[in-house]
Design a protein around this ligand. Structure first.
Ligand SMILES: C[S@@+](CC[C@H](N)C(=O)[O-])C[C@H]1O[C@@H](n2cnc3c(N)ncnc32)[C@H](O)[C@@H]1O
Length: 284
């Protein structure tokens, strides 16, 4: 991705959430409070103007997003399912004893900001590429900082996760943790993804979980986004955020095993798929 520019794909996810808030039926899927918080964050961070965000809430916007779904069928609504999946993993993880949450490649995700007051004894961490992280931090500052939410800037394609977290004294290596990597791994090199999973396993206590979304690899080994894969790969590349990493769902269990994680059978086998992405969860 362009080194000095905030992520466009993060902006796209955030706008999709705002627009999905105006689509009938989506309130049953979207996590509570997410639309309002995302709308506020976009404006407070300066990532978007108030008029643009208002327009994103219109029925015209819903219709436009739906019209563009031909390229990636189901991907518009998939963002709501993805957010719901991640939030469920975090809530279940906390119920299960997790005291630390780490959102990797957080973009304009509001999970940490929304859940931090509800779970005041849990520490929330977010990491993103500096250009996006700094904008996000500005927004969070203006919306109201949470004392148990730590925003960290770091390029995970260049720096090891342990290096990025090293300076944060509140990170606890033995704490039961939930790690979220939503819409992230496709943007990293195979070496960086392997390293990210290995490092993640080494940085958390037992009973931890990692939940993530990924694009399945097709027969040719490239990310498989369906009929329009070639066009999508081209558009992502032109946008400066190419899809690089993918994996065949049937090979995911072995990959996770090699990196220190055990795939959750409930999530295994590609049962969870919305749009072009699969969702997975693994435990340590
Ligand atoms: C598609 S967006 C997803 C944002 C967020 N997870 C969500 O779903 O709302 C991808 C995010 O990954 C981040 N990202 C991509 N490459 C990264 C890298 N090398 N280091 C840190 N973050 C990265 C981008 O800045 C962006 O915020």
């Amino acid at each position: 991705m362009p080194k000095d520019k905030p992520s466009r794909t993060a902006l796209k996810v955030a706008f999709s959430i705002v627009t999905l808030g105006s689509k009938p039926g989506m309130e049953a899927i979207l996590p509570s409070g997410i639309v309002d918080a995302t709308r506020k964050l976009l404006v407070a961070s300066g990532a978007a103007g108030e008029i643009t965000v208002k327009w994103a809430q219109s029925q015209t916007s819903v219709a436009i997003y739906e019209a563009f779904d031909w390229m990636l069928p189901g991907q518009f609504e998939a963002f709501a399912h993805r957010k719901a999946f991640c939030e469920r993993q975090v809530r279940e993880g906390i119920d299960d004893g997790a005291t630390q949450i780490l959102v990797l490649g957080a973009g304009y995700d509001t999970l940490g900001w929304r859940l931090a007051p509800e779970f005041s004894k849990v520490k929330f961490f977010e990491i993103d590429h500096p250009a996006t992280a700094h904008l996000k931090a500005r927004g969070i500052e203006s919306m109201g900082r949470r004392k148990n939410l730590h925003l960290v800037a770091g390029d995970l394609g260049k720096r090891k996760l342990s290096d990025v977290l090293k300076n944060d004294k509140s990170w606890d290596l033995s704490a039961q943790t939930v790690i979220i990597a939503e819409g992230l791994v496709m943007y990293l090199s195979p070496e960086a993804v392997r390293d990210l999973f290995c490092q993640s396993a080494a940085l958390v206590g037992s009973g931890s979980r990692i939940a993530f979304s990924y694009i399945p690899a097709g027969a040719d080994g490239r990310p498989d986004a369906g009929l329009w894969t070639g066009l999508m790969l081209y558009l992502q590349k032109v946008a400066g955020e190419p899809w690089i990493w993918s994996i065949r769902p049937e090979e995911l269990g072995e990959f996770l095993e090699e990196t220190g994680w055990t795939i959750s059978h409930e999530e295994a086998g590609g049962a969870r798929k919305h749009g072009v992405e699969f969702y997975a969860m693994a435990t340590k």
